[in-house]
Write a protein that binds this ligand. Sequence first.
Ligand code: FUB
Length: 315
Amino acid sequence: AGSSCLLGMSLLFTAHLKAQENPFIKHMYTADPSARVWADGRLYVYASHDIAPPQGCDLMDQYHVFSTADMKTWTDHGEILRASQVPWGRKEGGFMWAPDCVFRNGTYYFYFPHPSGTEWNKTWKIGVATSKSPAKDFVVQGYVTGADALIDPHVFIDDDGQAYFYQGGGGVCKAGKLKDNMMEVDGQLQKMEGLEDFHEASWVHKYKGKYYLSYSDNHDDNQKDGVKGDNRMRYAIGDSPLGPWKSMGIYMEPTNSYTNHGSIVKFKGKWYAFYHNSELSQKNGEFNDWLRSICVDRLEYNADGSIKKVKQTGL
Ligand code: FUB
């Protein structure tokens, strides 16, 4: 069941699920969930938006934000940013890929990868939009200076307040400190060492004093089972936010989509792994790697701090 009302420019849509079920957003295609818990006690998911009919990831043009207080009732706060609102963006639009959002000194900083030129794959920048609200009124301020032309931005703020910037794709993960303005790399980015088979989608969380860098790998099953399910989620552990990293293996097997992109977050005392699959497009009879849907399942640790393999529900 769902209800909707017009709120300013955006459409507020609330879906009431009977329980935590996957995919948890069913009224549109979504991908690349970046989950954050803010001071209002809600969990927010910043996601990219796959567009039907499927024509590939070049059409991804806008971001939505979803939130919940109980992991059952999800509110779609509507669109928060689209390519045409990026002053330095490529004139052809599209390519609004995996984003992230952090809160710092009263401001929400939304980071998004977007090309600045027609040669999209060589001109990536990491855009920064800010707002005083978690799910509306974002305005593009510019882009992160000192970043590489790489996708998938992520920002981790350590307990001492220092912010770290991560990005990566095509096999390389880079990271470094961010200045207090949250838009400039402090010094130079360095390559993250020790990550086995890194592909993209870096995400850092802290558990019992250790740093965990999770990411998707390059696994390709060559469609052996007739379903193209490929990238797995891996993680590595370090004693500092910049590593060096000790690879710990796979925490999630492939979904039924070619890509995967995850975030790991604690909410109301429980840990969760967010990710995406193509199950909704399968059920809708238009199965496609680029018609993905965001999902969430419980994440648990072993006593030694290693992560138990996440059981994907809903497939
Ligand atoms: O959604 C577009 C791209 O696919 C993301 O940036 C990657 O992480 C992969 O999910």
